[in-house]
Design a protein around this ligand. Structure first.
Ligand code: FAD
Length: 427
């Protein structure tokens, strides 16, 4: 008789996929995933672009008609994007693989070994630089000339398979981009169970122990029991599950605010390039070329041919204020400091676009969005050895963006994966 202990892993994104893969064998793992198979965007962009004037795309929350695995949530002023389905938000990620664990290190959490293992395992490359088009080369040159120290972005990518279609964030049609579906497949091959269309709603807690979870599987209420539960439903959904289980989180939500400053250069073709090919690190934010599909479809002043649009993304580390309630209502606004920092970043982008030949009065802004929600159960120095918040029952861990201590202002996926790997090692 198999006496192996059992573990439930909730979610299969950056954190969940790593924990499930690393635990399977030590435990008998069941992955409970709210969504289904990832479905990429599969329409011709040009044809859809023609429909923009009809008003068909009147609300950005309709994005799920175009990209079924993407969800957009609204707070008072920011649209927060995340993925639902196998692979979680990593399926929508642009493949950026940067390390952002400075704050964790300052707390005494050393992830060197985990990063080293991930660098060995994953296809992280800067080879794409060899295939940059003239638009990207021009932008890189302008950044260099302005002393902005641009750096080629390390990508989770099989570079030779990339067709430079620019669709990274809406589902790579060439399957060149790596995401955590690879790990989920591996975990299933190792004997774990993957249950999709299974939305966990609540933890079953008895004393200081979690005995299982309640979920809606194909719409029906179900109960799953295990010796160990790992919550990795992402920065918006993990706090909801906790709150609905009687464990409210502090109001420390960050999202990494994203705003693009854009202009028009006929035939420039920034869109025929992988997204975010390089980055420039500034104080509190990064800058990177990025075609903002959201604004392209849903913002009136972006109704230009995509190949004519030049767009620079600001990704800003916001202050950790705000939250999501048990009813999933998001409360997130920019603070005065966020606004001040964003103003500085916008002004810098405007100068870059002027250098590219686009006068300030012809420049336009994107919708305010975000894609890195997290931080509502932040790790502290007191938890450096356990990676376990004392508010949680002993056999319940959180292993996703929820435990990051502050807004990274940079792509966090690799850091979440390293943290998840360390948690799995400890278990
Ligand atoms: C457009 C876009 C591009 C991005 N690009 C990059 C990038 O290039 N590099 C980078 O480092 N980061 C990028 N990010 C951010 C990165 O993808 C996320 O920070 C990361 O995936 C978060 O990991 P996670 O484990 O916290 O959550 P997720 O990856 O979001 O995983 C959460 C999982 O839980 C599941 N789930 C949710 N609720 C439930 C429930 N109730 N029950 C069961 N399952 C549930 C979801 O379906 C999902 O599988 C991007 C984000 C966006 C939106």
């Amino acid at each position: 008789m198999d006496t192996k202990k059992t573990a439930l892993v909730i979610g299969t994104g950056a954190g969940g996929a790593v924990v499930a893969r690393d635990l399977q064998g030590k435990y008998q793992v069941t992955m409970l995933e709210a969504g289904k198979e990832f479905q990429p965007f599969s329409f011709p962009v040009n044809k859809l672009a023609g429909l923009r004037r009809t008003g068909l795309f009147f609300d950005e929350r309709l994005i799920r008609l175009l990209i079924p695995s993407m969800r957009l949530e609204r707070s008072q002023e920011v649209i927060i994007a995340h993925g639902i389905g196998i692979g979680g938000t990593t399926t929508l990620a642009t493949g950026n693989a940067v390390r952002c664990d400075e704050t964790l290190k300052a707390l005494g959490i050393d992830l060197d070994a985990q990063f080293e293992a991930l660098y060995k395992e994953l296809p992280i490359t800067t080879e794409h630089q060899k295939r940059w088009n003239s638009a990207t080369r021009k932008m890189f040159e302008v950044f260099q000339n302005m002393g902005l120290d641009p750096v080629v972005m390390p990508k989770l990518l099989n570079a030779e398979d990339c067709v430079n279609c620019g669709h990274c964030a809406i589902g790579c049609p060439a399957d060149a981009k790596w995401d955590t579906r690879v790990m989920v497949d591996e975990t299933v091959r190792k004997g774990a169970e993957l249950v999709t269309d299974c939305k966990v709603t609540k933890l079953l807690i008895s004393g200081n122990e979690v005995t299982g979870v309640e979920a809606r599987h194909h719409g029906k209420k179900t109960v799953w029991h295990a010796d160990l539960v790992i919550l990795a439903a992402g920065g918006l959904d993990t706090p909801v599950i906790l709150e609905n289980s009687g464990i409210p989180c502090p109001q420390t939500l960050f999202v990494d605010m994203v705003l693009c400053v854009a202009g028009q250069l006929p035939g420039f073709k920034q869109d025929r390039q992988l997204l975010m090919p390089f980055l420039s690190e500034q104080d509190g934010y990064i800058l990177s070329p990025y075609m903002d599909y959201l604004s392209f479809f849903f913002k009136k002043n972006w109704r230009h041919p995509m190949e004519d649009i030049v767009s620079i993304m600001i990704k800003l580390a916001d202050e950790e204020t705000g939250g999501v309630s048990g009813k999933r209502k998001i409360n997130k606004v920019m603070t005065e400091t966020d606004r001040r920092n964003m103003k500085r970043a916008v002004s810098q982008c405007r100068d870059i676009l002027v250098q590219m030949g686009i006068p300030k009065k012809e420049q336009f802004l994107s919708l305010l969005s975000a894609g890195h929600p997290g931080g509502m159960l932040p790790l502290t120095a007191a938890e450096k050895d356990t990676l376990h918040n004392p508010l949680l029952p002993d056999n319940l861990y959180v292993a996703d963006a929820t435990i990051l201590p502050e807004a990274p202002g940079k792509p966090p996926m690799l850091t979440i994966m390293a943290l998840a790997a360390k948690i799995a090692e400890m278990l």
